[in-house]
Design a protein around this ligand. Structure first.
Ligand code: ATP
Ligand code: MG
Length: 411
């Protein structure tokens, strides 16, 4: 026998018995996001590598370690590790800044990151997310956070924790960064290797380091004091406090977390994460924030923006299984030509039906019907003569004979 070829490590098939869960996520997204005026956008799965280098940021783990990059005709291409950069590219390229603000877009689909596979962490995984362009006011931030919460609630997730922070603007953040660098200088050699790089390139990113020894350093009193100091300028502080007013008004419970800086370089002001309490270690299901400088950095007009992304595998892990749907009817007959014709009639009437393409024994067909359908549609010699069908309810075993044109109303 020929050698079997296996699925690639960190990737998974989504099998028919599981695909219902994915439909649930996607249908709920369409329903809830539409309520808020979002329209779906689908961008290519690969883009110019430079888009991610510039759009995600070359100090991030995603760009430095996790990208699937390849060359074709001397162009460097990359499988998208996230979708914000692609959506922003499309926003600019398609002149969407000319549309009246806000422009609200949502997406779903596979993303690719070369990470160590483990529970809740794959190399091909899926995200659903939204991006809103053109509004700088905190009402937009509040609406996006509410949208995320309402989507999760519509899925049946209620045990949620919202974490919130403001990263300020490039102006006030510079000062804060400088202070963090100063206070961490004596500890430089004790920081992990990644943090030593971040120290130079993007010191704010130190704060979300997951290495315990780094976290211990950050909790030293004199360092903690700087990390937790108020650095926001007046406008940023006002934006943040208004956002909290909106959230309070909507009775959203949130925790402020000064260590929440998010993995991507482009965020400013609002950043947030939503965690679910039943998911063990990989409990972050949603991450988002404001990225007012990204559109301009990627060559577009200065356009404020905010969005979030959710990990769909992690959502599915939190939700109950979806039972596969039964067929409306399974035709049981030893006249395959008649069965074939009846199946087509019923399909034309909008029903999900099958018949036995292999024309096996009558009893085998009945057995199959009871496994896959709600009704057995029996088409024996008598029925064919009478232009009728015996409809058997497979749950109650009740059976009645009806004329052929009435079958579709019965199932
Ligand atoms: P994490 O801290 O878990 O690595 P992240 O900050 O890299 O997350 P984002 O880039 O903000 O994550 O992506 C948003 C969401 O996508 C995450 O909250 C998570 O649910 C999901 N996600 C990210 N990376 C993976 C992955 N490798 N496998 C599965 N889901 C993922
Ligand atoms: Mg990550």
């Amino acid at each position: 026998m020929a050698k079997i070829i296996n699925v690639i490590k960190g990737t998974k098939d989504i099998l028919p018995q599981d695909v219902g869960e994915w439909h649930r996520l996607e249908e709920t997204a369409l329903k809830v996001f539409s309520k808020y005026g979002y329209q779906e956008i689908r961008t290519p799965i690969f883009e110019a590598t430079e888009l991610f280098a510039r759009g995600v940021g070359d100090t991030t783990d995603i760009v430095n370690k996790e990208m699937y990059t390849f060359e074709k005709s001397e162009r460097s291409l990359t499988l998208r590790p996230e979708n914000t950069a692609g959506v922003v590219r499309s926003f600019i390229e398609n002149g969407m800044s000319r549309l009246s603000a806000p422009v609200k877009l949502w997406y779903k689909g596979p993303m690719f990151r070369y990470e160590r596979p483990q529970a809740g962490r794959q190399r091909q995984f899926h995200q659903v997310g939204v991006e809103m362009f053109g509004i700088k006011q905190p009402a937009a931030d509040a609406e996006v956070i509410l949208l995320a919460i309402n989507y999760l609630k519509a899925l049946g997730l209620n045990d949620l924790e919202v974490e919130l922070n403001s990263l300020g603007c490039p102006k006030c953040r510079e000062e804060y960064k400088a202070k963090i660098k100063e206070v961490l200088k004596p500890e430089f050699n004790n920081l992990c290797e990644d943090c030593q790089t971040r120290y130079e390139k993007n010191p704010l990113r130190l704060l979300d380091c997951k290495v315990e020894s780094c976290q211990a350093i950050f909790s030293k009193p004199e360092i903690k004091e700087v990390i937790f100091s108020d650095f926001l300028c007046e406008e940023c502080a006002e934006h943040y406090s208004q956002l909290k007013e909106y959230l309070d008004k909507a009775k959203v419970k949130y925790t402020e977390n000064k260590l929440l800086v998010r993995g991507l370089d482009y965020y400013n002001r609002t950043v947030f994460e939503i965690k679910s309490n039943d998911l063990g270690s990989q409990n972050a299901v949603c991450g988002g924030g404001r990225y007012d400088s990204l559109v301009k950095n990627l060559g577009g007009e200065d356009t404020p923006a905010i969005g979030f992304a959710m990990g769909m595998e992690r959502l599915n892990a939190l939700l109950p299984k979806v039972e596969p749907k039964l067929l409306d009817g399974y035709i049981v007959s030893n006249s395959p030509v008649e069965a074939f014709a009846l199946a087509e009639e019923l399909r034309a009437a909008g029903k999900n039906v099958e018949f036995d393409l292999a024309n096996k024994k009558f009893t085998k067909q009945l057995e199959k019907a009871s496994k896959v359908a709600r009704y057995a549609l029996i088409l024996g010699e008598d029925e064919i003569k009478e232009n009728a069908v015996s409809v058997k309810n497979l749950e109650t075993s009740e059976q009645i004979k009806v004329s052929r044109e009435n079958v579709s109303e019965m199932v």
